[in-house]
Every structure is written in C-alpha cells, then in structure tokens.
Design a protein around this ligand. Sequence first.
Ligand SMILES: *Cc1c(COP(=O)(O)O)cnc(C)c1O
Length: 377
Amino acid sequence: MGQGFDTKSVHITMKRDGIPTKVTPIHQTSAFTFKDLEDIENFYTGERDYLYTRVGNPNTDELGQAVAKLEGAPSGIATSSGLSAILVGLLSVVKSGDHVLASNDLYGGTYELLANELTEFGIEVSFISFDAEIEEHIQPNTVLLYTESITNPLLRVENLKKVVEIAKKHQLKTMIDNTFATPYLVQPYVLGVDLVVHSATKYLGGHSDITAGVVVGSENLIANARKKCVNLGANLSPFEAWLTVRGMKTLGVRMERHVQNAQKLAKSLEEHPAVRRVYYPTFVSEQGNGAIVTIELAENADIDTFFQSLAWIKIVATLAGVETTVSYPIGTSHRNLPEAAQKELGITKGLVRISVGIEEASDIIEAITHALNIAKK
Ligand SMILES: *Cc1c(COP(=O)(O)O)cnc(C)c1O
C-alpha cells in the first residue's frame, strides 16, 4: 500500500456493518449476546466475533490494528497500559528459566517490572549498556534483547540495525519500546524487530487523557500476546481505546509540530548560562529527532527556583501531550533506580525532562528561558 503516513493515520477507523457512522461507535459493553447455542459454537470456531470484552472488543481491536498498520506490522493488540503491553509482550516470548538481556537505560517502570517482578517468576534479567559489546553478555538461556528506540530520559538513539543483526545471528527475539519515537519517526518492525511496544498514553493518544498500551508484531507472536492479555486481565476499556484511535488520527501533524518545536528549543538552550548540557538526539530519522529535550542545569542554577518559575508550563510525571510540560526524572520516573545506576547513567539532581508541546515555538522558548534566567544564581 503506497499511502503516506498522514493518509494512513487519518483513515485508521475500521469500517463496520450496520448504521453507516462516519466514526467507529464506542462498544461500551462488557459482553456480546448470542442467538442460540450454535451461535456460541460459532464464536469458538471463529465464524463470529466477540464473546466478552476482556477477551476482545471492536474498539480495542481497532486500536491494535491501527498501530500495527502505522508500524508496518501484520498484527497488534491493545492493553490497559504501556506497562501491561510490555508485560504481555515479554511473557509471549519468555518463560521461567529464560534470560532477558536488557539495556541499562530503560524507562524506570520497565526497569522495575524486569528487575523486581519478572525475576520473582524465575526469569533472569541482565542490564547492560547497549552501546558496548552486547554479544559478550549473551548466555545459553538468553532468548530476548530488550531496549527502547529512543531512551528515557537521556535520549540515546538505539542502533536498531545492530540489535537486530546480533539477535538474528544468535537466534534471539527482539522487543523495542517505540514510545518516544512513535512510528512517525521510527518503524522497528520494518527493520526486523519482532515485537514493538508502546505506551499509547503518550504520543499515540497525545492528549494526556488515557492510559493505554499496544504491542505489535507477527500474527503468531501477537496471538501469543493476546492469550497472555486475556488470561492476565490486561485488557483496555473500549472508551479509552476509542479515545486513543481518535488521537492517532492527528499523530502525523502533531509529531511534525512537536519535532520542529523541540529542535528549536534544544538549539536555543545550548548557549544558556544556566544550562550545563542539552540532551537532544542529532539524528533519529529523516522526519526529525523527537520531541523530548532533556537539560541538565548548571551548578549556578537552582533547581527548585526553576520549577517554581515555569508560568503556564505544568509540572507532571508524564510526557507527550499537546501541551509543553516538564518532569523531574530523579524525583519521579527514575526515583527507584539504584543510586549507582542513576549515577552511572547521568540521572542527576539537575536533570529536567521537557516534553515539548505543539504551542508556538517562541512562547515555549520564552517560558523556559524565563525560568532559567530566574533560576540562575
Ligand atoms: C510511560 C512509559 C511507559 C509506561 O507506560 P504506561 O502507559 O504509563 O504504563 C513505558 N515506556 C516508556 C518509554 C514510557 O515513557
């Protein structure tokens, strides 16, 4: 299909029988009815759809398929959150006794899931720098390489081609969290990655009004993930799936503005005397370098004053909404990372993550610069 990204995004709605609504209706129901016993049998033989919403619902299916389409993957499934998408994706390929080789600069919640929860179920996990020699750390029981296309909060751009190459050589599976990049910038499945996960809470939804996740991949792996999602009760509500699909129609135009604004903001902060370092990728894709700008304040700047001087910019523990927001990784998302890991990665007390919104770039630059000017001692 030769359609452009925006054409695909806008026409993501699934067409269904019945009343010719322009937009898919919200199937806000916990269950579906049957005409007779044969009709029930038909569900199990695949001749009709839908039994019970935990097992499947038109709106959650629509979301899974929409993300799969934008990622260039055959199949996808929506889940209750980004973290449950990661759990369901992981459990569709690893079991007790297996070893996961994970990048050491993951989202804090993913780190906790891997380090504290999966290990209790007998899954072995090692965290290593994916910039270093990955192959040295592969064990006989390694089954999966896990990393993020753009890492959080320091925005390291993963070399996906290298990761896929190593995995193929050693017959491992790969799973990539594509939340920060979105399929607008990077399509890991197309590059040979097995499973791609999203916190749809972020750019896919885009409006900070839902919590949702999606896993996409081959028909086989997603069938496996679907089984896990059903059995673990990790399903998404139909309304939230509907809102996410609604948001996704503007993913392309939002990302275009997000990325332009971030590029301008990153450039404007480079020379600021209250900023020691600007973290912003130099190359993610032809479409741009992402919409998160992380800065480390200089010694001479007071972090509390900075956060108190942000005017209309809100302080939150999330990212990727249409409005510019700031967050404090060491106080929130990366709070529970061991101190040694925080230090090694550079997650310091001066680190601020800016999720650049779609407002006028000049207004964003002015507000952040103003806070920095006041914070400078
Ligand atoms: C937010 C986030 C998650 C977790 O998603 P939830 O929707 O909060 O469960 C996972 N990975 C990344 C990169 C995130 O930013």
